[in-house]
Design a protein around this ligand. Structure first.
Ligand SMILES: C[S@@+](CC[C@H](N)C(=O)[O-])C[C@H]1O[C@@H](n2cnc3c(N)ncnc32)[C@H](O)[C@@H]1O
Length: 280
């Protein structure tokens, strides 16, 4: 069976071998215009407009967790029948991440004080779950809303193939429209950690933080900033810790743990990609 993979970034690269066990991948597509005309896993990346209308396929497999819902809607709007869109490759890890969040919120919410935060929001698909499971806590949302910053990319070296501006196609408005309790959300638009330093958020404490900025430098800075402000039994979740195509988060965690010899420990949460830092 022929498949088009929608998402030529981390998820696409990570899932490619698994997808190839069942499908012949005939093309990649992505909303990021910078990826058009390039290769992903040796397969050409087309624009969605061209790919979904001119390439012959049996299924469109969504291989991007960020923006999953919008991508699905986009495919349907472009005439792809719903039963030809496959989301299971990307949904299984997302569901276990959401399940982890739900369990943590149910078990610890009554016992742990503090607010919640996500650094690396993109389209807000995980942020809305944090907001849903912590309806009474302030949710701080940090993102450039213009994608990866030049300063961080310069420090990446060989840790990833990330490029300046990747994940830039989002907006504060679209993120906020998804939030079940928008009155609890505080958006910090701009470069992290600059948006956090000298801000009221420095005076707050946290019970749950999701660091999902993909790159070494902001992940390391996120660990430095939030670890000092974690409540007892709080958790920092690191996305992409096990990602082969983004080595930065793992290296940032190991650097941070080496420098901060507290009794912190790592707890893989079962989605195959994230790790929780516990022991605060
Ligand atoms: C993979 S996306 C986040 C996905 C999102 N958590 C989700 O669940 O869909 C990574 C995000 O981190 C943001 N980011 C990376 N480095 C940053 C920095 N130094 N400051 C602010 N945002 C940053 C990017 O702009 C991008 O939106």
């Amino acid at each position: 069976m022929k498949a088009v993979c929608f998402g030529a970034a981390g998820g696409g690269i990570r899932l490619y071998d698994e997808i190839c066990r069942k499908y012949e991948v005939v093309a990649f597509t992505d909303n990021d215009t910078k990826k058009w005309g390039r290769d992903c896993c040796g397969i050409h990346v087309f624009s969605p407009e061209y790919c979904l209308r001119h390439i012959e396929y049996d299924h469109v497999i969504i291989t991007s967790a960020p923006g999953l819902e919008n991508i699905k809607k986009q495919c349907i709007n472009m005439g792809v029948e719903e039963n030809r869109i496959i989301t299971s490759y990307i949904e299984a890890p997302l569901e276990s991440r959401i399940e982890f969040l739900k369990c943590f919120a149910q078990i610890y919410c009554d016992k742990t004080q503090g607010n919640v935060a996500e650094a690396g929001v993109f389209e807000g698909d995980f942020a809305k779950e944090i907001n849903r499971f912590f309806p009474d806590r302030k949710l701080h949302l940090f993102d450039t809303f213009s994608g990866f910053d030049k300063k961080d990319i310069q420090k990446e070296g060989k840790m990833s193939n990330a490029a300046v501006g990747d994940y830039g196609n989002t907006s504060v408005e679209s993120v906020m429209s998804k939030m079940p309790f928008p009155e609890k959300c505080i958006v910090h638009k701009g470069y992290f950690p600059d948006t956090a330093i000298g801000n009221q958020v420095e005076q707050e404490t946290f019970c749950f933080v999701n660091l999902d900025m993909d790159l070494y430098e902001p992940t390391y800075q996120g660990l430095r900033f939030f670890s000092k402000r974690m409540e007892r039994n709080g958790i920092i979740l690191i996305h992409d810790y096990f990602a082969e195509n983004f080595e930065g988060p793992r290296q940032a965690v190991s650097c941070f743990l080496e420098e901060n010899r507290q009794n912190l420990y790592l707890f893989p949460i079962g989605d195959g990609i994230s790790v929780a830092i516990c022991g605060f």
